[in-house]
Write a protein that binds this ligand. Structure first.
Ligand code: HEC
Length: 161
């Protein structure tokens, strides 16, 4: 199983490298895994059963996957902020980040931490500012219009922004 998974990853990497080498960067485009099916039916059928195959699904075609992920995130957030779970939450974050529990306890998920909206709402304006600053500092090579990419409709509850 693991070998098959590694082979699938290798195949994808090779496909990316090959298509990159063969085509001009400006004209290259994503062909999708469907395009391999015709000639590699057996490999495709095996790969399609793996979790990796789900990773490369287009979120526009499968918004339910993104919605489910965000719903889990919002549920998780509520759990972390619930005072009843404080001790467990600090332990979990400490295990994961290797930060001391005392230090975490002094700020994590309190008023001293950064703000996390309970429904994970974000405004385009908030994200736009640092991106504009990055462009002005030449850290990125073009302006990015966040409003074109932001879709808060995928969140479990409507945003009042
Ligand atoms: C038009 C037919 C065709 C399409 C479409 C196609 N391939 Fe292939 N592919 C081949 C042929 C022919 C070979 C060479 C097979 C051989 O030498 O045994 C090959 C070889 C490969 C190999 C090397 C396999 C090995 O064992 O060395 C990989 C990896 C691969 N293809 C991945 C892909 C991926 C990923 C896609 C889709 C993005 C794709 N191919 C689309 C025909 C195709």
């Amino acid at each position: 199983m693991r070998l098959r998974f590694l082979m699938a990853v290798l195949a994808l990497l090779m496909a990316v490298v090959c298509s990159y080498a063969q085509t001009n960067e400006k004209t290259a485009q994503y062909v999708g895994s469907e395009s391999c099916k015709g000639c590699h039916a057996e490999t495709y059928a095996g790969w399609k059963q793996t979790r990796m195959a789900r990773v490369v699904q287009d979120p526009k075609e499968h918004p339910e996957a993104v919605k489910a992920f965000l719903a889990d995130y919002v549920d998780g957030l509520a759990w972390f902020y619930d005072p009843a779970n404080r001790e467990k939450a600090i332990q979990l974050v400490s295990d994961f980040t290797k930060s001391s529990k005392d230090v975490l306890n002094s700020y994590f998920a309190t008023g001293r931490d950064y703000y996390r909206d309970p429904n994970a709402c974000v405004s385009a304006q908030t994200i736009q500012k640092p991106l504009d600053a990055m462009f002005e500092e030449k850290l990125i090579d073009r302006r990015i219009d966040v409003s074109k990419y932001l879709n808060v409709g995928l969140l479990p509850r409507p945003c009042a922004l």
